[in-house]
Ligand binder design. Structure first.
Ligand code: KG4
Ligand code: ZN
Length: 361
């Protein structure tokens, strides 16, 4: 018998994503982003994102079906991001998915966006390039799985015992997400939005040691000896870092000095990447995590990938970094988790659920 065909729908932020998988084989991953409409505002405007989802949904669905060479009739189940995310944006995807499920009679699964980011590691492209990164030959999830998710909207460390029902949030940001910190600091430095890529580029010519910027929640009080293990140990805070950058910029301007953009960008990036990688490795070693998946748009950052790879290697942790198109928000990750739920015999969510902007893991 053929593995079930799963359609995944993602609309939690600015990407309209439709993914199609058969079992664990990726057949299509079509994404339409409204980012270019948010650029002039310097941030994602929820109302614009929602409208863009409405406009992009049908064409994105059609393109994904065409790419996969299937029709809606062929689909065995539909999966849609139920949260967390922007309320209005989520509602577009959830409404569309419910309408599809109702009209076709297909089962519907409401999916947690964060767990979907991890589930993408189950997929392979079906061209002989079977990665089997997160499962063994029998499809059992690897023991000791964890994830660090860093994007414009979220920054979390997760422990995953079962993708269906046993995911624990070990740590999260208490203020800005990592990508948000990039965006805010880019603005302070007069660099364009989104800040991730522009700061990453500016940092190439800078000295990461030029300024010693704070690593939030990472002094001995939070990350000291294991006996000291307290709240916030695996949590992040980027607002102090942003303020520290603002002070340096102000000080230069007050003296009439040119702002050393490259040095600030490099030093800021080093602070972000240092704290993310240190906390991820600390959480991993203290919680039996031996395979760590990196997800979210900030995974595009080469310094983050390099330092995380180095520190994971030092601690015997296997690092899994999916292709970038599967790290940023997409529909394939939603389909991947939907497919996992179907194969594990989990009952569909049905039609009686709603978008939940604060959905916990
Ligand atoms: O996952 P994603 O596409 O959407 C959200 O859920 O936010 O992530 C986008 C985020 C943005 O904040 C962007 O600035 C950041 O990823 N980003 C980067 C880089 N490329 C994109 N951050 C750091 N370095 C990069 N090279
Ligand atoms: Zn995301």
């Amino acid at each position: 018998v053929r593995d079930p065909l799963i359609l995944g729908i993602e609309t939690s932020c600015d990407e309209t994503g439709v993914g199609i998988v058969r079992g664990r084989t990726l057949l299509a991953n079509t994404v339409s982003s409204s980012m270019d409409q948010h650029v002039r505002f310097g941030g994602v405007i929820p109302e614009i994102a929602s409208r863009a989802h409405l406009e992009a949904f049908v064409p994105t669905l059609q393109e994904a079906l065409e790419t996969a060479g299937v029709t809606l009739d062929d689909v065995d189940a539909i999966a849609v991001t139920a949260g967390p995310g922007l309320a209005g944006a989520l509602m577009v995807g959830v409404s569309a998915a419910k309408a599809l499920a109702l009209s076709t009679g297909k089962p519907l699964y409401g999916i947690n966006h964060l767990v979907a980011h991890v589930s993408v590691g189950l997929l392979h492209d079906g061209h002989g390039d079977v990665t089997r990164e997160l499962v063994d030959d029998d499809g059992a999830l690897v023991q000791g799985l964890g994830a660090v998710l860093v994007s414009g909207g979220h920054t979390e460390i997760l422990r995953v015992r079962d993708l269906a029902d046993d995911v624990e949030l070990l740590g999260a940001t208490i203020d800005d997400a990592a990508g948000e910190a990039y965006d805010k600091v880019a603005r302070l430095l007069g660099l364009s939005y989104p800040g991730g890529p522009t700061i990453d580029r500016a940092a190439v010519d800078g000295d990461p040691k030029a300024f010693k910027f704070p690593r939030g929640l990472s002094n001995a009080k939070y990350m000291g000896s294991a006996e000291n293990r307290g709240k916030r140990r695996y949590d992040f805070s980027f607002s102090g870092l942003k303020t520290a950058v603002a002070r340096v910029v102000e000080a230069h301007e007050a003296e009439g000095l040119e702002v050393p953009v490259a040095d600030i960008a490099a030093s800021f990036q080093e602070a972000v990447v240092d704290v993310i990688t240190r906390k991820a490795v600390l959480a991993a070693t203290e919680n039996g995590i031996t395979t760590l998946l990196l997800g979210g748009g900030v995974a595009a950052n080469s310094r983050l990938r390099d330092l995380l790879a180095e520190r994971c290697a030092d601690h015997g942790i296997r690092l899994v970094v999916p292709p970038l198109s599967l790290c940023t928000d997409n529909g394939a990750m939603v389909a991947a988790l939907g497919s996992r739920l179907v194969s594990r015999g989990v009952a569909p969510t049905g039609l009686a659920f709603t978008a939940d902007p604060g959905l916990p893991v």
